[in-house]
Ligand binder design. Structure first.
Ligand SMILES: NC(=O)c1ccc[n+]([C@@H]2O[C@H](COP(=O)([O-])OP(=O)(O)OC[C@H]3O[C@@H](n4cnc5c(N)ncnc54)[C@H](O)[C@@H]3O)[C@@H](O)[C@H]2O)c1
Ligand SMILES: [Zn+2]
Length: 365
């Protein structure tokens, strides 16, 4: 039975790539038809993690129904799967299955699967087609958008990677129904970041957001706004040499906290929640952000279960040291993103070191 598939919600135009993004509820069983609508059916290596077997089964069935040969595999859930060892396993699996240059990889899962399977697509036989089917809020608004892929080294997160754009992105908001509340909140931390970057209208929508995930139609609209923001920024700077840095708002201190806490106390989004507040504090002193914004942002974050106070067990010195090691930090000074007001973004601001220390210390009060 052939299904009628909806028109794309958005188109990405990044460098030479142009591809559709479908965002709606109930799309998961349409993946096969959406994929074959984009080119030859061929074979697909479907990668997901062990927490979403039912979604994997449905995507596999949908692809098979559309005439695609599917090789299914799962990785253990969590950041620990973003390794070169998994890249070797997956690429060898692709080779054993006879995947060719015209075939594809499908990444079904959160940012971990997206980054890992995306990197496999970028590198297997020097690059094959890729489909992202993000299943976390964070992956929908952030990691499945923009083409960054990669894995971790013991020496650092995302130290090996490639920029590789997908051919199709399918986001079904229904899949968020099974996402644990803590993971939903983590994605929402990035949504709050977009609110500050985009401007007062999006910020107001976020400030008024009810309990997560919120009404289905409104949620689709919210994700769309965030995706649209990221696509616009990435279109101007695919290789991350300029304005794409704005997306790092809250991430300089956030990454420092994440690393200093050993990547287990805080999830990424939780560290970003704290990092955002530190960035807003520094924005007050460096670019004149009205001090009224920070308590408003803190209220939003804490209402959705995100931390606004830094755990005393994470020493400031360790955070500062980790910030210095962050590959996005300039060797000489911290290059930070600041906001003078929602939507008024300033890049490459280097606040004095003592101000950075007090912005971190203030997170303890
Ligand atoms: N490429 C980029 O531009 C980019 C941007 C931001 C983050 N990232 C990367 O993304 C990763 C984090 O992504 P994440 O927060 O999605 O984490 P994740 O992939 O670990 O997913 C979070 C948890 O949710 C589970 N899960 C996923 N979908 C589910 C569903 N529908 N129902 C129930 N459980 C589900 C997963 O198994 C996992 O346990 C990090 O590795 C980070 O480096 C990449
Ligand atoms: Zn982030």
């Amino acid at each position: 039975m052939s299904r009628t598939v909806p028109a794309p919600s958005l188109w990405a135009e990044i460098g030479a790539a142009r591809y559709p993004l479908h965002l709606a509820s109930g799309l998961i069983d349409d993946v096969g038809a959406l994929w074959t609508g984009r080119g030859p059916a061929g074979a697909v290596l479907l990668v997901s993690d062990g927490n979403i077997p039912e979604l994997s089964r449905r995507v596999r069935a949908s692809l098979q129904e559309a005439g695609v040969r599917v090789i299914t595999t799962t990785v253990p859930p969590g950041e620990g799967s973003k390794t070169l060892a998994q890249v070797e396993r997956l690429t060898r699996l692709a080779a054993e299955a006879g995947l060719r240059r015209s075939d594809a990889v499908a990444a079904l899962g959160g940012g971990v699967v997206g980054d890992l399977a995306g990197f496999v697509a970028a590198t297997y036989q020097r690059g094959v087609r890729l489909m992202h089917i993000p299943t976390t809020l964070l992956a929908m608004v952030d990691s499945a958008i923009g083409g960054k892929t990669g894995v971790d080294l013991p020496e650092g997160k995302n130290y090996v990677g490639a920029i590789w754009q997908p051919d199709l992105v399918v986001m079904d908001t229904d899949v968020l129904a099974t996402l644990p509340p803590r993971e939903l909140a983590c994605g929402f931390a990035e949504v709050v970041k977009y609110g500050m970057l985009d401007g007062p209208e999006l910020f107001a929508q976020i400030e008024g957001w009810p309990e997560l995930p919120g009404p289905a139609d409104a949620l689709i609209g919210l994700i769309r706004r965030c995706v649209d923001h990221k696509l616009r920024v990435v279109a101007d700077d695919e290789r991350d040499l300029g304005v794409r840095a704005s997306l790092n708002l809250g991430h300089t201190v956030g990454h420092g906290i994440e690393a200093a806490a050993g990547y287990d106390l805080y999830r990424h989004g939780e560290a970003i929640s704290l990092g955002l507040l530190a960035a807003l504090r520094l924005s007050e002193s460096t670019v004149g952000l009205d001090p009224g914004w920070r308590p408003r942002v803190a209220a939003i974050l804490s209402r959705h279960g995100l931390p606004t106070r830094l755990d005393p067990a994470v020493p400031t010195a360790a955070i500062l040291e980790a910030m210095g090691r962050d590959k996005k930090a300039d060797a000489s000074a911290l290059n930070m993103v600041m906001v003078a007001a929602p939507g008024d973004v300033r890049l490459r601001v280097s606040p004095p070191g003592d101000r950075v220390v007090s912005a971190i210390e203030e997170l303890r009060r």
